[in-house]
Design a protein around this ligand. Structure first.
Ligand code: ATP
Length: 257
């Protein structure tokens, strides 16, 4: 099995707090991988290390075999890593369509000057980017709200657009930080279906942070469990459900799932 991402002995410290403490796991190409753990366990810090917002104090992160630790976030995006944030990172006054188009800006090759000179090339590029955005609108069923300012949408739909912003980058690896937080059950089911479709139809690798263990156990191929920055479990949902350390630290007396 190909590993699209390898995390080796990653540690991250903030003053006296060890947000991540010698964490190692790998993610197979094309799978749905979840990071779970109680509040403050280090899940978002882990995503920040993968997307390049934080630099670990120790360890190595390899994407498709390449060490990406010294790489700026936008370069990682160009390699095929995109991220949807826990706190929505959209422009509230702009429409859904414009937010998705803006998301792709980072991938555009022609700036205003080259766009002016090589108008043919720039026009072609515009068509290419527009096609990618339209695909996301279809995929996430956003047609009816394409011209609606994002700030006026209900929270669940804003979360969906936030996922769309990352999807519009056509990543190989998509990082979803609590994409279902604050959603009702129907919205959660819909998001779960979109995540499965990303995996099955688009063959993307998905990294998911999610607090709803039922969702995690149903969707994931593999799971890593963090607790106070330490990795206390790594395996299939079944292995995690029966891991005594996970049961003890994460759920108390109850069984996971
Ligand atoms: N920028 C930062 N500065 C200082 N401490 C930080 C910073 N980012 C994270 N931490 C600390 O690192 C630890 C892990 O936080 P992190 O947000 O990664 O956890 P989490 O598992 O994502 O939690 P939650 O489920 O609540 O989102 C916490 O103790 C947090 O306070």
């Amino acid at each position: 099995m190909d590993h699209i991402l390898e995390v080796r002995n990653v540690s991250l410290q903030f003053g006296g707090v060890k947000a991540l403490d010698d964490v190692s796991y790998h993610i197979n190409k094309g799978e749905i991988f979840s990071l779970i753990g109680p509040n403050g366990a280090g899940k978002t810090s882990m995503l920040n290390c993968i997307s390049g917002l934080y630099r670990p104090s120790n360890g190595e992160i390899r994407f498709e075999g390449k060490n990406i630790l010294g790489m700026k976030p936008y370069k990682r995006t160009n390699l095929g890593i995109a991220r949807a944030f826990q706190n929505i990172a959209l422009f509230a006054h702009m429409s859904v369509l414009d937010n998705l188009k803006l998301g792709r800006h980072i991938l555009m090759k022609s700036g205003p000057l080259s766009g002016g000179i090589y108008w043919g090339k720039a026009a072609q590029e515009e068509v290419y980017h527009r096609r990618a955005v339209e695909e996301v609108i279809d995929f996430l069923e956003l047609q009816e709200i394409r011209h609606t300012p994002v700030g006026t949408l209900p929270y669940g739909l804003q979360k969906r657009v936030e996922v769309g912003r990352a999807l519009a980058l056509e990543p190989k690896l998509i990082l979803l930080d609590e994409p279902m937080a604050g959603m009702n059950n129907a919205e959660k089911e819909m998001m779960a279906r979109f995540i499965l479709d990303m995996h099955e139809l688009k063959e993307m690798t998905v990294v998911l942070i999610e607090h709803d263990l039922g969702v995690v156990m149903n969707l994931s191929d593999h799971i890593a469990v963090l607790d106070f920055g330490k990795q206390i479990g790594f395996g299939t949902p079944k292995e995690i459900q029966h891991n005594p350390e996970v049961i003890k630290a994460y759920i108390g007396e109850e069984e996971v799932g």
